[in-house]
Design a protein around this ligand. Structure first.
Ligand SMILES: [Zn+2]
Length: 488
């Protein structure tokens, strides 16, 4: 007995020693010191240009037929007039009605092109909230060091940032070595089915394969990544898939004074409850594992003890992450019942009850596996299950060891400063980039916008704005990434 106890103590000591040694060795790899930035862009005019672009209400309407298409034409005219050298030096075409595809011929046609993306459209302002804006959402106002308006962060800073950089570079006579494409979709906020889908198809049809694709989807996060005090540039290297499932129960209906023991609503409710009770399994692997590794290296010693020893603490980390909706979304396929319909009248039994459940699919799962899970979890033949619309599979995971990822990492550090940490992460929403994964193995999602938790609320919310300084950095970022793409 005493021997056993002694063996147990020895085991504890050995495990503790391993945990501590691993934590001590768990240090961050920062990119080597980078040359300081020398970028010639007219920072005085860039902010007013963004402000004007924000005053053009290129709003995507859920019903695409109701979209104000004249606004898109106005934005195109504004771009042509504001960026004349870019329009002379680059070929451009309109795709899918209002999306723009620019092609900047590279000197070496044997090299794969690079593709920069952003979207022209913005979400509507929620009716009734207009008065809550400090400056009108389509006023194009610059005040107190900020450029205000719907689209300032999502995603006209991207469109105008890229155009400013390209205009400045073309003016200096800069010649890209590889061809550079610019893709500005017009319906990203309503799934990109006319814009990004058609641009990706067109490029595929022309046999284009890209060295890298850069779209929105990551940010420069200030105070958002838990336990890390340094600002963190998040580069999305994969995005979750999307699936909406309809559950439908048919029954006899009739008068509610003589109901059967189980009504269509009751049966449907059991099915929804079963899905909530049987969540898809968590996976602390793939992108999230890489993210936790990079993140853990930036935390204090106490946290390093945990993150350096995932062999021991993975179940604990998984449980903690599952308890918070934000981190939970990065470790599993999420289940969200969103729509519900039953009888149209209080005293009438439903002849049909329906629900829609929205799933965001983890890169470890796929559409077929989720449908199978739904069937098994509900396990009731009275509930008919069908996938709605056009589901999308999770994106493949892009390489964090590629030269283009390293270039991106280096450029971010150069523009934002060496105190910034770059981390790959899983995009839990959806971007136009998902349609381009067939064109390149290196699809990255990063917008050079600095955001705090408060700014995240402004995206699709009230008082969307970007600081003038940050927008100027964004222009420099695009300028530099285009320039150093010549080194790839
Ligand atoms: Zn966006």
């Amino acid at each position: 007995m005493k021997k056993l106890f002694l063996a147990f103590i020895v085991l504890i000591v050995v495990v503790a020693a391993i945990v501590v040694v691993r934590a001590l060795m768990f240090t961050a790899e920062r990119p080597q010191s980078v040359p300081s930035l020398d970028v010639k862009v007219n920072t005085d005019s860039s902010a007013p240009h963004l402000a004007t672009a924000l005053s053009i209400p290129t709003v995507s309407n859920q019903d695409a037929a109701k979209t104000d298409t004249a606004a898109f034409r106005r934005l195109h005219a504004f771009l042509a007039e504001t960026y004349p050298t870019m329009h002379t030096n680059l070929q451009h075409e309109v795709v899918g009605g209002y999306s723009l595809l620019f092609r900047w011929q590279g000197g070496d046609t044997t090299l794969k092109p690079a593709l920069l993306m952003a979207h022209q459209d913005v979400v509507p302002v929620v009716p009734g909230t207009e008065q809550e804006w400090t400056h009108p959402p389509f006023g194009g106002k610059i005040d107190s060091g900020y450029i205000w308006g719907r689209g300032a962060l999502d995603d006209k800073a991207g469109v105008i940032g890229i155009c400013e950089a390209v205009e400045a570079l073309t003016k200096t006579g800069f010649q890209p070595k590889r061809t550079i494409y610019l893709s500005f979709g017009h319906d990203e906020e309503i799934s990109g089915v006319s814009g990004a889908v058609n641009i990706a198809a067109l490029l595929k049809q022309r046999g284009v394969q890209c060295e890298y694709v850069l779209d929105e989807g990551g940010i420069v996060a200030h105070g958002i990544v838990p336990n890390v005090s340094a600002p963190v540039a998040l580069i999305g290297i994969s995005e979750k898939g999307y699936l909406s499932v309809e559950l439908r129960v048919i029954s006899a209906g009739g008068h509610s004074s003589m109901p059967p023991p189980n009504t269509a609503v009751g049966i449907l409710s059991h099915a929804i409850a079963a899905l909530e009770d049987h969540q898809m399994p968590a996976h602390v692997d793939g992108v999230t594992e890489t993210f936790l590794d990079r993140m853990g290296r930036e935390t204090s010693f106490g946290y390093k003890l945990v993150f350096a020893n995932m062999w021991l603490f993975a179940p604990l980390v998984e449980r903690l992450m599952a308890a918070n909706p934000t981190s939970n979304a990065s470790i599993r396929t999420t289940t969200a019942p969103t729509m519900l319909a039953g009888s149209p009248k209080e005293n009438v039994l439903p002849i049909m009850a329906t629900a829609v459940v929205n799933f965001r699919i983890s890169p470890s799962d796929n559409v077929a596996a989720v449908l199978e899970h739904v069937k098994n979890a509900i396990n009731d033949p009275r509930v008919k299950i069908r996938a709605l619309g056009s589901p999308s599979e999770p994106s493949p995971i892009s390489d964090v060891q590629s030269t283009s990822y390293k270039l991106l990492e280096r450029t971010i550090t150069q523009v934002f400063g060496g105190d910034h940490v770059v981390m790959p992460y899983l995009v839990v929403g959806a971007t136009d980039a998902r349609y381009f994964t067939g064109l390149s193995a290196n699809v990255y999602r990063f917008l050079p916008n600095i955001m705090t938790s408060e700014d995240l609320q402004r995206v699709h919310g009230t008082n969307e704005r970007i600081s003038v300084t940050n927008f100027q950095q964004a222009v420099k970022f695009y300028y530099q990434i285009i320039r150093v793409t010549n080194e790839l």
